[in-house]
Design a protein around this ligand. Structure first.
Ligand code: AMP
Length: 348
């Protein structure tokens, strides 16, 4: 059987790393992106530039590919649903409908008897008057927030007067967890009860942006087992195909909570490129292109550092040891708070 051509919606660093993994497996890729400078085009076999709602461009893209996946979750559900009628989309669009919407996502997780932070839906300002129980909290937009964007810390009801919030957008108010640690689980589901799961990764954030990740995570065996079980249950319930990330909080009493689900390869999993026999990217391509499932083997412990904004210039001029792996995302413009590259260091 000939290998399928993989279409990837989105052309940033995750698209680039997916395309590189596909190349290794001799799978051809075509990127569809609304950024004419999309870095992933340098690693793919084809590139279609267009807005994500431009039907002519979508058709041009679909003509070139056999199966479609995506590197970010905020593509409108309707768009993915329409594409899926022409070429299979994996993970399937219904996964996105749940995960794009913070309330639907949290309800879904709680219905599995998996703990999340306490939350309440906020549709208008007057509803904020009776939420004392959820404070201090974080008010988050229902859709389209990431890396702390669209999030407002709310200390007390009195502090609300000093913050300018457009309530028409729709929000969720989450009680703030007293964080001890944050971890994530990357899992690739191939089909029913067929998974490859990476060990928990410990994550360090600053200003709500991921700065460092490392394995092993310094956590108890109980948390290790529980996080793996919950990630497996979530991916099974979603009938997920591909790589998924579940982000967790651990509070000061060692309670585990699911923070959120990313229906895609994830920044915290970048260290899998160098620390495992098969990376999260290669596993994603294997699952969505229906290639062989290979048992995971860890090669080394590792630490990954995100390179943000103009820090990239220093890294471009450095020399590296054989245990250090520098990835430059080749973004045309350096922007404050923008992820420009990462460095993975293998450690013993
Ligand atoms: P998010 O975009 O929801 O993943 O939030 C980004 C980061 O903000 C998380 O990784 C946490 O460091 C912090 N954060 C978000 N929600 C909460 C919460 N309910 N309690 C404590 N910290 C939070």
């Amino acid at each position: 059987m000939s290998k399928p051509i993989l279409g990837i919606i989105g052309g940033g660093q995750l698209g680039s790393m997916l395309a590189v993994a596909a190349n290794k497996l001799e799978i051809k890729t075509v990127i569809f992106c609304d950024d004419i400078d999309a870095p992933a085009q340098s690693f793919s076999n084809g590139f279609v530039y267009g807005e994500y709602n431009d039907q002519t461009k979508i058709d041009e893209f679909l003509d070139k590919v056999d199966v479609v996946t995506y590197e970010f979750e905020n593509i409108p559900y309707e768009t993915l649903h329409e594409i899926n009628k022409i070429k299979p989309v994996l993970p399937k669009p219904s996964v996105n409908r749940i995960i794009q919407h913070r309330l639907a996502e949290k309800d879904f997780i709680n219905n599995l008897n998996i703990r999340t932070t306490r939350y309440v839906s906020i549709e208008k300002k007057s509803e904020m008057e009776s939420v004392e129980d959820f404070l201090p909290g974080l008010l988050k937009t229902l859709t389209l927030g990431y890396d702390g964007k669209g999030q407002y810390p709310i200390k007390s009801l009195q502090s609300l007067d000093t913050i300018d919030i457009d309530y028409s957008k729709g929000y969720i108010l989450e009680k703030l967890v007293k964080l001890k640690k944050e971890i994530s689980i990357i899992i690739t589901r191939f089909s029913a009860q067929k998974y490859e799961i990476y060990e928990p990764i410990e994550n360090f954030h600053e200003d709500q942006i991921l700065r460092n990740s490392k394995i092993p995570a310094e956590i108890s065996d109980k948390i290790l087992e529980q996080s793996k079980l919950w990630a497996t249950q979530i991916s099974e319930e979603l009938k997920y195909v591909g790589t998924l990330c579940v982000e967790f909080f651990i509070d000061r009493n060692d309670n585990l909570y699911v923070n959120e689900i990313a229906p895609r390869v994830h920044n915290s999993g970048h260290l899998t490129i160098n620390a495992y026999n098969v990376s999260q990217f290669e596993n994603h391509v294997r699952a969505v292109c229906k290639l062989e499932q290979i048992p995971l083997k860890k090669i080394s412990n590792a630490k990954m550092t995100n390179i943000i904004g103009d820090q990239i210039e220093n890294y471009r001029n450095k020399e590296y040891t054989e245990n250090e792996f520098f990835f430059d995302y080749l973004k045309k413009e350096i922007k404050n708070k923008r992820k420009m590259g990462h460095l993975t260091t293998l450690i013993s």
